[in-house]
Ligand binder design. Structure first.
Ligand SMILES: C[S@@+](CC[C@H](N)C(=O)[O-])C[C@H]1O[C@@H](n2cnc3c(N)ncnc32)[C@H](O)[C@@H]1O
Length: 500
């Protein structure tokens, strides 16, 4: 049975991990840390997680086991299909042109946190498909901190769980030999990837850091590192990319692009391109960054530093000298209400514009960003939506609506594991967040965990008697489900079940 972890113990463990490893679990409650603590306590036959906390301080090997479990290598072939489509349709055609024109001799790709190999092998299959007998002009390097993952990757044997994307059938048929309970990858694809154990946080002065790449994949490994570590790493990747090279991140991985010369690719699938002028920019806090058009290619967005923004109602602010601050916030409040009204009227572009204005004022910023995330999510602009959620969490690490929206976004891109994590975080932040509970119940049902789903339905129904439900952002409430609607869906589920 899972033990409850008190907030005090959670913070103690998170601080210890942060001090010793650059993994940062301290800014919010991370469900997987709780699971890992429970698992390792049980594996070591200790009585409590508190006891385990003292145990890891005396036992470096066990501490490593815990870190390994936390950076668990969840992965599958062609994860985030749109990124592979972009590789196939945009990146490779561009570089094969360079090969033909002999402006480049080979194409170098690095999968920096490759886990058990599904990611670099997906790249290799794409290369095989496009380059045929010229495939050796593409070098694929794959590294991971986890020695066991590298060993397993080199063998190229996979189970069903590794085939979860839409490309599954195509890849299974063509490149794998089915065995009794597994699939063996063809040797030709295995040979295309060079594996090596490597910690990307310790690249300083290593020969590997001298390499230059056209493409770097580092997906779903940065998510739990501290912001400072992520920035240092992005800087390192920036140095190791050739001009115009591409960085592929996971959808929840975010960095302020202003500090590095990157543009985000217009499709918004967490793909960034190194700008040709490598000059670094001055550091600035994310709040004063503004998106401006810079390139001749108007669809590429470049982030530059902006002077403090003029207030929306600059005139009245100037004339009202007696209460300047009240006047500014009141006007932003009005602006926010106008934006909301426009959204209700379905004038989405205008609403978006005004909500963006509202992000300049601290009183309206969080609400406006949640609204923007919702609008972007409706338009399938996942990266932009996740970016807004991350900005909210930077200001307010326990914002349940931001985590809830992230849960919805992960569901949209079929990453159900992350979706579940985010919904749980939302509930941790606001335990009476009825929408998070409702969608979590749906995911649990999908997974066949019926009892757990029932518990969630029960929790929602209880919200009407106990402390009431969390005041969800009105835009989410009105455009998803109200509490009454969720209640009406959940209660028959419970009663019909009880009758059985
Ligand atoms: C969730 S997996 C991601 C696999 C793959 N990139 C994907 O997105 O499907 C995260 C991987 O990051 C690796 N990792 C964590 N910290 C690392 C570090 N400092 N250096 C290299 N790899 C690391 C873990 O060992 C794990 O295999």
């Amino acid at each position: 049975m899972q033990q409850e972890i008190s907030p005090e113990l959670y913070q103690k463990v998170a601080s210890y991990i942060k001090k010793n490893s650059a993994l940062d679990y301290s800014n919010a409650f991370h469900h997987n840390l709780k699971i890992a603590l429970n698992d390792r306590t049980e594996a070591n036959q200790l009585h409590s997680c508190e006891e385990y906390y003292f145990f890891i301080q005396q036992n470096p090997q066990e501490y490593q086991e815990l870190i390994q479990q936390l950076t668990i290598g969840e992965t599958y072939f062609f994860r985030y299909t749109q990124q592979f489509d972009f590789l196939r349709n945009t990146v490779f055609p561009e570089y094969s042109q360079s090969l033909q024109e002999k402006t480049t001799a080979t194409i170098n790709i690095w999968s920096a946190a490759c886990s058990s190999g599904e990611e670099p092998y997906s790249i290799a299959m794409t290369v095989h498909e496009l380059f045929g007998k010229n495939k050796n002009l593409v070098n694929i390097f794959a590294t991971d901190i986890d020695h066991n993952a590298i060993q397993s990757a080199r063998q190229g044997i996979y189970r069903k769980n590794s085939f979860r994307s839409e490309n599954e059938k195509w890849s299974q048929k063509q490149y794998f030999v089915e065995q009794e309970h597994s699939f063996q990858l063809q040797q030709a694809i295995i040979n295309q990837v060079q594996f090596q154990q490597l910690n990307f946080l310790e690249l300083e002065n290593t020969p590997f850091a001298q390499n230059k790449f056209h493409v770097i994949f580092c997906r779903n490994a940065l998510i739990y590192f501290s912001q400072k570590t992520v920035y240092q790493l992005i800087e390192r990747f920036h140095d190791m990319l050739l001009d115009g090279g591409y960085l592929f991140l996971g959808p929840a991985e975010y960095f302020p692009k202003s500090q590095f010369s990157f543009v985000m690719e217009p499709q918004g699938h967490s793909i960034y391109r190194k700008i040709k002028t490598p000059e670094k920019k001055i550091k600035a806090s994310p709040q004063v960054l503004k998106k401006t058009q810079l390139d001749s290619n108007q669809s590429n967005r470049v982030y530059t530093i902006q002077k403090p923004r003029k207030s929306y109602f600059m005139k009245s602010e100037a004339s009202d000298t007696s209460h300047p601050n009240t006047s500014v916030s009141k006007n932003y409040q009005q602006l926010y209400e106008d934006a909301f009204h426009l959204y209700q009227q379905k004038s989405l572009a205008d609403a978006e514009k005004l909500f963006k204005e509202c992000t300049s004022d601290e009183k309206t910023e969080i609400r406006a960003r949640i609204a923007l995330a919702h609008i972007f999510s409706d338009q399938n602009k996942h990266t932009e939506a996740l970016e807004q959620c991350q900005l909210v969490l930077q200001q307010e690490p326990v914002n349940g609506d931001a985590y809830f929206l992230m849960g919805m976004l992960y569901q949209q891109i079929n990453d159900f594991l992350q979706a579940e994590k985010m919904l749980r975080k939302s509930i941790y932040c606001q335990e009476n967040h009825y929408l998070a509970r409702y969608f979590l119940a749906g995911l649990l049902e999908e997974k066949g965990e019926r009892n757990k789903a029932q518990k969630e339905y029960q929790n929602i129904v209880n919200l009407s008697d106990n402390c009431g439900h969390h005041e969800i952002h009105p835009l989410l409430r009105d455009h998803t489900l109200t509490f009454e609607q969720v209640f009406n869906i959940c209660s028959p589920k419970l009663s019909s079940d009880n009758q059985k």
